[in-house]
Design a protein around this ligand. Structure first.
Ligand code: KG4
Ligand code: ZN
Length: 338
């Protein structure tokens, strides 16, 4: 078997990322995070595409250097086709098209959400790969889905959010508490020091396997405003407990639907992916579910949870094996189905 070397590019939102894979093994995984958005409390699309343009060439150079791979060794170039911000996606796709053309290797368009799921097939010591079929819950700043995965490229969304994504619930709650963007990791940090049952928030009533998070954000806003009316230092003095209670509610919402999905499908292999799967509370709760419910759970290595190019590379590798290539007329898509 000839070795396959994939250069993968991810630029769907505000991280410029490149990775080099040798078959299923990650040789390098480089991410340039864009701090420019922090002062705006969210990602500014125009600034994101500009930063991608500045970062992409150096990030790819570093990825090649770290991997110890010459560009002439590359077998294919994979890139994120969507979903994401159009201006950001275009920078990655234009770069990937030019690189593939210059090197005379195949071009491979990758669905970002598929990549969050298939990241579980990266070779990593101490990490098992799921077997088909399994359930994947993708939880990120843009998506909240429960997906039935029957093979690498046959997946079906069986539940999803009807409004905000779970990452937005974290980020918007954090904003209410005066924390900088993206607030999810900070809520997680404070939550680890607090009492999850200090404050009770109600869970939304949503039929079937779907989710809703916009009501929770409003509930938290009113709760905080009420407390501040009598105690101006309420947030500072209770940050840990507030964050723990918010996180506890969000995890319960996710787990309720996951339990329902396992019951409905009879599938007890459960994988998570996406930025919010970095959350320590979710990771612990899923680990406990192995003993508590007899599930087998798959939690990605930390660096493959938030946006990264290694996950684009593993999809690229499997598409390469199946000969699923694209020509240079392939277009970026802000919205794209699984
Ligand atoms: O997958 P991702 O990097 O980008 C999207 O495709 O959206 O996910 C980013 C999201 C943000 O909302 C961020 O706050 C959230 O993931 N996030 C977390 C944690 N780390 C990242 N949320 C809760 N706890 C964390 N530890
Ligand atoms: Zn993502």
């Amino acid at each position: 078997d000839t070795p396959v070397y994939i250069l993968a590019i991810e630029s769907s939102c505000d991280d410029t990322a490149a990775a080099i894979l040798h078959n299923s093994q990650v040789l390098s995984n480089v991410v340039a995070r864009q701090s420019v958005h922090e002062q705006y409390g969210g990602v500014v699309p125009e600034l994101a595409s500009r930063a991608h343009q500045q970062n992409i060439v150096p990030v790819v150079d570093v990825a090649l250097q770290k991997a110890g791979v010459e560009k002439q060794q590359l077998s294919a170039v994979a890139f994120t086709q969507g979903p994401g911000l159009m201006g950001s996606l275009l920078v990655g796709s234009s770069f990937a098209k030019s690189a593939a053309m210059a090197l005379g290797v195949p071009l491979i368009a990758v669905n970002h959400m598929q990549a969050h799921i298939l990241a579980h097939f990266i070779d990593e010591d101490g990490f098992d790969k799921p077997t088909f079929p399994f359930l994947a819950m993708t939880i990120s700043g843009g998506h909240t889905q429960i997906v039935r995965v029957d093979s690498y490229f046959s997946m079906e969304v069986i539940g999803e959010t009807t409004d905000d994504a779970v990452g937005e619930a974290f980020d918007k709650s954090a904003k209410i508490l005066g924390l900088p963007y993206p607030g999810g990791p900070l809520v997680d940090k404070y939550a680890q020091l607090g009492n999850p049952k200090a404050y009770a928030f109600t869970k939304p009533q949503v039929p079937g396997l779907n989710f809703s998070f916009s009501g929770l954000k409003t509930q938290i806003l009113y709760f905080v405003q009420r407390q501040l009316a009598t105690d101006p230092d309420f947030i500072q003095n209770n940050m840990n407990d507030i964050c723990a209670s918010i996180q506890y509610t969000i995890i319960n919402i996710l787990m309720d639907k996951l339990k329902m999905a396992v019951k409905e499908t009879g599938i007890t292999q459960v994988a998570i992916g996406g930025g919010v799967s970095a959350n320590s509370g979710i990771r612990n709760t899923l680990k406990e579910a192995e003993k508590k419910y007899g599930w087998k759970t798959y939690i990605p290595k930390f660096e493959y949870t938030t946006d990264n190019a290694a996950m684009i590379g593993i999809v690229g590798y499997h598409k390469f094996l199946e000969g699923q290539f694209n020509d240079s007329s392939v277009t970026s898509k802000a919205r794209i189905e699984l």
